[in-house]
Design a protein around this ligand. Sequence first.
Ligand SMILES: [Zn+2]
Length: 385
Amino acid sequence: MSGQTAASLSSIEKSHLVSSKDYPYKPLSPNCHDIRILILLPGALQDDIRCLLKHVSLDDNPTFEALSYVWGNTKDTKPLIVDSCVVHVTVNLEAALRHLRKEIELLALWVDSLCIDQQNVEEKNVQVPMMGQIYTACSRVYIWLGVPSPSRHEPNSVETDDHSLKAPDNPFAMIYHFAENKHLYELPCFKYTWFRKRLRFSENRHFKKLWNNFSECVQSPWWSRFWCIQESLLPNVALAIFGTWRIPWDTIKLATTNRRQHLLACCSEAAMKLPARYSYMPDFVIDTAFATTDNLSNLDWILRAYMYKNCQDPRDKIYGILGLIDQRKYPELVPNYSLRVRDVFINAMRLIYAHSNDDLRFLTGYGFNSGQYQLPSGCATLLHA
Ligand SMILES: [Zn+2]
């Protein structure tokens, strides 16, 4: 992050200071499992955001929560105060901290872009392999899906604890419907005509509102982010947040499983009557919600399964799953952010080949989508190795 010494956000913003020097990170002890924790000071929603950075050792079992989010456009930033410095973070991170902050208590949070000195390659090489431990050790992860667009919320809409279909403003109402194991044909767009004994789809304002609020939350870029697999699987407790709305991650997983079972059995007729525009559920939502640690031991499998997910630094397409794979099986797989992207991919391919037992099926298809970065496909990558 970049920072500048200053007393308050408003004075900085008024003086239009744009240039900034690097935030003065104090070095972490590399041999003590040291990490930084962001202490978010209490405040109301609209107050300036103030925090402190504190060093702790994972060996001391510190209590903290972690954030899983999309960085967003790194040129589109907002200021906040860390220690006595104004630092600029992406608009999406600023919104996440603003919504997570408590009114009267401190919040101890691990946030990658602030807790790791992103300019320090040596520190990244040490901290990134610890991310698996960090997301396992945190007491909870907050999955930040972003903020609903203002147009979705009518001026008189009120947030309630009611997450049933009677509360169409709740973007998670559809998810709760399936989590409660209800049928697709119980959605307010279906009517059963007893006279002709037929199920009929009928579009109406109530259903459209439910759908629009739900679809905006499943279109969040978080779902297509590569790191989200590791960050949603490792913690014991996860909570998804969309603006001021919250839902346990387990409820989303349960809803995804239930919905699929209904579509394949009792609700297949209803599914056929639902116009395509209302049955769309992006694959990356489903593959994230269905992920389990059981099927993630194989490097080739995991890289292929999530090859279409994105990350800011292409090297994280390999390093972003280190917390999930058995590192005793792949001891050579250690992050090195001084390597070129091409070399990181070639090294990963070499490793997969070394563990392939001469089963060359890993050379078929698109590999782990290296073409996305104008790099050779899986087979050609190996030829370069
Ligand atoms: Zn059903």
